[in-house]
Structure formats: structure tokens, C-alpha cells
Unconditional design. Structure first.
Length: 150
């Protein structure tokens, strides 16, 4: 079982690293103008629509990703055996990070397309929320109520 826990933590760490690499890549692409920078600056309606969508996605996905995980953990994962609980814990942790990633990528695209700081703010909110999703063996054991076998 210890090997499965270490493998689950290792997988979560890899996913978390890729979670941070994608926004960094998009920011670099935007700064080197590989993204269409300022394409919607002149289009007021389009800018308004994109900024509103970005704000609503962030306002919806950030709390949903954090709360949904705790509800699934409490209602479903706690009732399973250890092996199945580990698999579902990893699956729902990845789903939680994907939900945050959607908000972050939308914020980055909103920023570069409209050159408005609204996208940056939404991106930073998503990145800050990701600190509540830090993977680690201590967190995994605490949330799954697994005692360390000595």
C-alpha cells in the first residue's frame, strides 16, 4: 500500500507541475507575440463579452473546484477501500486542477486578446486557488484518513 501511496503522490506532483507549465508557456507565447495580442481591443462588444465570460468562469470554477472535491471526498471516496479511494482521489484531484486550468487559460487569453487587466486578475485568482491543491503525502493521508504504517 505504501508503494501505491507514493505512486499516487508522484502522479499528482507531475500533474501539478504541468498545471503550472501551461500558463507559463502561454504567458511566454503572449509576450513573444505568438498569440494574437490586442486583436479585440477595437471591438468593444467583443471585449466586454470576453471579459464577462472570463469573470463568470473564474467566479464559477474556482469555488466549484474546491468545494466539489471536498464533497466528493466526503460522500464517495471515504466510503471506499484504500486502493479504490487512492484511484478516485487522484482522478478527482486532476479534475479539480483541470477546472482551475480552464479559468487560468481563459484569463490569459482574455488578457492578451483585449489587453485588459481583467484577464490578469482572473488568472491570478485561479493560480492562487491552486495553492489549496498542493499535492503531498501528508495531505493525501490526512484527507483519506490513512495512518502511516511504521
Amino acid at each position: 500500500m505504501e508503494e501505491q501511496i507514493k505512486r499516487a503522490v508522484r502522479n499528482l506532483n507531475v500533474v501539478y507541475i504541468f498545471f503550472w507549465v501551461l500558463p507559463a508557456f502561454l504567458l511566454g507565447a503572449g509576450e513573444f507575440e505568438l498569440l494574437p495580442v490586442g486583436m479585440w481591443v477595437e471591438n468593444v462588444r467583443g471585449s466586454y463579452f470576453l471579459e464577462t465570460a472570463c469573470i463568470l468562469l473564474t467566479a464559477l470554477l474556482v469555488p466549484l473546484s474546491l468545494k466539489l472535491f471536498s464533497l466528493v471526498l466526503k460522500k464517495k471516496i471515504d466510503c471506499m477501500g484504500v486502493e479504490q479511494a487512492l484511484k478516485n482521489y487522484v482522478r478527482w484531484s486532476v479534475i479539480r486542477l483541470v477546472m482551475l486550468e480552464v479559468a487560468i487559460v481563459t484569463g490569459i487569453l482574455c488578457y492578451y486578446l483585449t489587453l485588459s487587466s481583467t484577464g490578469n486578475l482572473c488568472m491570478l485568482i485561479g493560480l492562487a486557488a491552486s495553492f489549496f491543491c498542493l499535492p503531498g503525502e501528508k495531505n493525501l493521508r490526512g484527507e483519506l484518513h490513512i495512518n502511516k504504517e511504521e
